[in-house]
Design a protein around this ligand. Sequence first.
Ligand code: ATP
Ligand code: PAF
Ligand code: BAL
Length: 280
Amino acid sequence: MQICRDLPSLRAASAALHAGGKRLALVPTMGALHDGHIALVTAGRAAADAVATSIFVNPLQFNPNEDLSRYPRDEEGDLDKLRRAGCDLVWMPPVEAMYPPGSATVIEVAGPTAGWEGDARPGHFRGVATVCCKLFLQSQADVAVFGEKDWQQLQVVTRMAADLDIPTRILPVETVREVDGLAMSSRNRFLSSQDRETAPVLLRVMTQAAAAIATGGTVEAALQDGLATLRGHGFAPDYLALVEAETLKPLAARRTAGPMRLIAAARLGTVRLLDNIAVG
Ligand SMILES: Nc1ncnc2c1ncn2[C@@H]1O[C@H](COP(=O)(O)OP(=O)(O)OP(=O)(O)O)[C@@H](O)[C@H]1O
Ligand SMILES: CC(C)(CO)[C@@H](O)C(=O)[O-]
Ligand code: BAL
């Protein structure tokens, strides 16, 4: 497994992996890897001839009041997991290699950035879209693999790649969960043991709300019940919403055509949990 920390070595490694018309998959991450990330690497291996993983904690997608400085980092553990998963190349640039002095270009996606994480984290998707576009161009990946856990991010990146005619195909992978249903996330390690026990209530509430909506209950009642249950268990919910799956536009009533998604963000202790499931 080759480790690249500067752009010339990444370009050379990518060219070597592309030799003979071979296809390269990229898995963008911020490190502190868990089995959810490894599922993306496995999906990348199945979809292409070689897999690259990027590990870059992107300052551009964090607000000044967010957890950039305490974002979990585990370089040795990450490299070990990636070796075992059959990753061919790791791209881990320092911040100055990603954003050299004088960098002045950002990517602003409209549409699916509106609302939800876009409201909770102003500027977040500008940072995500900018770094993903750079990662696609730097690696020349044929396929880029993203988790459905970050549903809005997946739609934003898919929109950006389509709008900018980027030839990298976006490949979604289903959310990987702990046995009790909690979506795996690097930030779960910051849950207290009591909050860790409570955390799976989020998926249970969402599953109940989705079932109520799918079987003809009113959206408003299902969401209000869900929010009340979450508060009763000590969550501070940011949102629980039914949306059009691709545009993230809120739905006040069940859709008769086209996919719907139930999306949620809720704070438990100091951790902000995100989750989403299909409806119907
Ligand atoms: N449980 C999961 N199942 C599937 N994909 C996941 C899961 N968790 C993260 N991913 C995906 O891995 C990629 C990198 O995500 P990231 O490094 O932010 O991990 P994370 O665990 O989501 O961290 P965070 O705690 O910051 O949300 C993203 O495409 C994300 O959707
Ligand atoms: C896609 C990503 C690696 C961009 O920094 C990040 O937002 C993440 O880890 O989901
Ligand atoms: N998983 C999304 C990256 C972030 O929280 O900044």
